[in-house]
Design a protein around this ligand. Structure first.
Ligand code: GDP
Ligand code: ZN
Length: 309
């Protein structure tokens, strides 16, 4: 019998135990070897895998080491950590300038998830056409300025008017990105405007996996021109359940970092302790109040849920 052929490819879709693997220009359906599940080394979308072919069957035999992963740590499950997407380079957090109104508490939560996974995040403020030329345009910029100050690149776009698309496209070149954000902010529209011919149905990015299928670990990777790719999984919509250990949370706010360790107590939670360097920075106006309020809220949540988890 001839030796099985082996190739390396990337998982672009995963459904139950069947992976769609991109091998060069082709995609092939492969069954994931059962041993990988037993050994807790099963592939996620985005993983590079070794595929074995013999007598017409394709098998995912091994998952190659990951550069990064977007991990879900959900409350109230016994699943433990679940890799939602592997080898992600960028988290693109999309909000709209209006319709729906931007929700900075939700934005802060997405950014914390990115930080907790050590992933670089960019903020996109879409639907700029709805506020342009109005005083609203100024208030939109004031709302998002704290994010630039915290070190996040902030891109102002309009998928409709074509504003800011070149700049965003340049960010995505040769990167594996995940687009997150509330439904209706224009994630699918932006991708269609960036890559004409992609023909994503409007709403597709957030709705591709229908409600009621939350337990399916699945998702897909869209390969785009310029070496860019965009991932989506059902799990991203459950981002509200993602948990970060309470004492890691301050580090998930980049603008807090230079103050951490300068408080009177080394285990300072930066909530009510005396001589807290973080709170002093908030009072001086060096840390944005709304960002700090998000921290307080997420900290309370983490303190409550983490010990039970
Ligand atoms: P998603 O759920 O985030 O993928 O959002 P969609 O791409 O489905 O867009 C939601 C709605 O917003 C659709 O009706 C789009 O036509 C509209 N939309 C998307 N981008 C823009 C934009 O830049 N300006 C305006 N005015 N509407 C937009
Ligand atoms: Zn402190």
């Amino acid at each position: 019998m001839s030796e099985a052929e082996q190739e390396v490819g990337q998982v672009v879709r995963l459904y139950a135990e069947v992976a769609t693997v991109q091998l060069g220009e082709r995609t092939v359906q492969c069954v994931v070897r059962g041993r990988l599940y037993r050994e807790d080394t099963a592939p996620a979308v985005g993983d590079f895998v070794r595929v074995e072919r013999s007598s017409g069957n394709c098998t995912v035999a091994e998952v190659l080491p990951r550069n990064s992963a977007l991990v879900r740590r959900a409350a109230g499950t016994s699943v433990g950590k679940q890799v939602m997407i592997a080898n992600v380079d960028l988290v693109i957090v999309v909000f709209a300038a209006a319709r729906p109104e931007p929700n900075v508490a939700a934005l802060d939560r997405f950014l914390v998830v990115a930080e907790a996974n050590n992933l670089q995040a960019h903020v996109v403020v879409n639907k700029l056409d709805l506020v342009e030329g109005e005083p609203l345009a100024l208030s939109t910029r004031l709302l998002f300025d704290p994010y630039s100050q915290a070190g996040y690149p902030v891109h102002y776009t309009s998928a409709k008017a074509g504003t800011g698309l070149e700049e965003l496209r340049a960010v995505l070149v040769d990167q594996e990105s995940v687009f997150v954000g509330p439904s209706g902010v224009g994630k699918s529209s932006l991708l269609n405007a960036l890559y004409p011919g992609l023909n994503l149905k409007v709403g597709q990015i957030s709705e591709a996996y229908g409600k009621g299928r939350h337990t399916t670990v699945g998702g897909y990777l869209i390969r785009l021109p310029d070496g860019a790719s965009v991932a989506d999984t059902a799990g991203l919509r459950e981002i509200g359940l993602w948990l970060v250990p309470p004492d890691e949370l301050p580090h998930c706010f980049p603008e807090f970092r230079s103050y951490i360790g300068k408080c009177r107590f080394s285990d300072c939670a930066h909530i009510a302790e005396p001589d807290c360097a973080v709170r002093a920075a908030v009072h001086r106006g060096d840390i944005n109040t709304s960002r700090y309020e998000s921290y307080v809220k997420l900290r309370a949540e983490a303190e409550e849920v983490w010990p039970r988890w």
